[in-house]
Design a protein around this ligand. Structure first.
Ligand SMILES: O=C(CO)[C@H](O)[C@H](O)COP(=O)(O)O
Length: 226
């Protein structure tokens, strides 16, 4: 058996189904791996109550499968959140936002008791930062935030064709070596006009289901009680 990248994503997504208990409302991420998860969730839709989506795209896919979609405000807390990542390190800290859904992803993840990251093996890295760091900004703050990112050692690029589900813009910051993810996540979020940035270190994943060429490997966050 030698799984392709897409098969690795699908295998990780299917493995996440084992963590879903009856009558749960499931937090659902965004992206190609999360899409595999939504498709897998459809096979057990009769034993769950529904889902909360981290993007309009995921909400549409869930609804197309006949899965009930709740507003987060109607549910409050969630037992679980399942999502992909652009990069993840050994502490299960991540870069997310390649699909521009980082803010809603961070909000839904924060409401979840357990965060399961599903990813193909290319996403596991030693140090975060090879993938350009997405930062969601209020449009009028784009230049201000860009200059601040240069001071932090990055090379910002405006994702010109992208408006987020929240009506904001994305700056992708290249060239960062993120040795201290919590520190940088916190620092960037202090810049006026930043909605949030794609470092998920203050709230890392609890479990990583990593699809590899040989199958799925499970990593548990040693710092997590969940
Ligand atoms: O953060 C995300 C979207 O904002 C995705 O989780 C991330 O981009 C990974 O995507 P994919 O599963 O397609 O590789």
């Amino acid at each position: 058996m030698s799984l392709t990248v897409d098969q690795q994503k699908q295998a990780a997504a299917r493995a996440a189904i084992d963590y879903i208990e009856n009558d749960w409302v499931v937090g659902v991420g965004t992206g190609s791996t999360a899409n595999h998860f939504i498709d897998a969730l459809a096979t057990i839709k009769d034993r769950i109550d529904g889902a909360v989506a981290s993007s309009e795209a995921s909400a549409q896919r869930l609804k197309a499968h006949g899965i009930r979609v709740f507003e987060l405000t109607a549910v409050g807390e969630l037992p679980i959140y399942v999502d992909g990542a652009d990069e993840i390190n050994a502490n299960l800290q991540m870069i997310k936002g390649g699909g521009a859904a980082l803010t809603r992803e961070k909000i839904v993840a924060q409401c979840a008791d357990k965060f399961i990251c599903i990813a193909d093996e290319s996403k596991l890295v030693r140090v975060l930062g090879q993938f350009p760091l997405p930062v969601e900004v209020i449009p009028m703050a784009r230049s201000l935030v860009g200059r601040a990112m240069v001071k932090l050692g990055g090379h910002p690029a405006w994702r010109e064709d992208c408006v987020t589900d929240n009506g904001n813009w994305i700056i992708d910051v290249h060239g960062l070596t993120i040795d201290e993810p919590i520190k940088l996540e916190t620092a960037i979020n202090q810049i006026p006009g930043v909605v949030t940035n794609g470092i998920f270190a203050l709230r890392p994943a609890d479990v990583l289901l990593l699809g590899k060429t040989s199958g799925v490997e499970v990593f548990k966050n040693p710092a997590s009680a969940r």
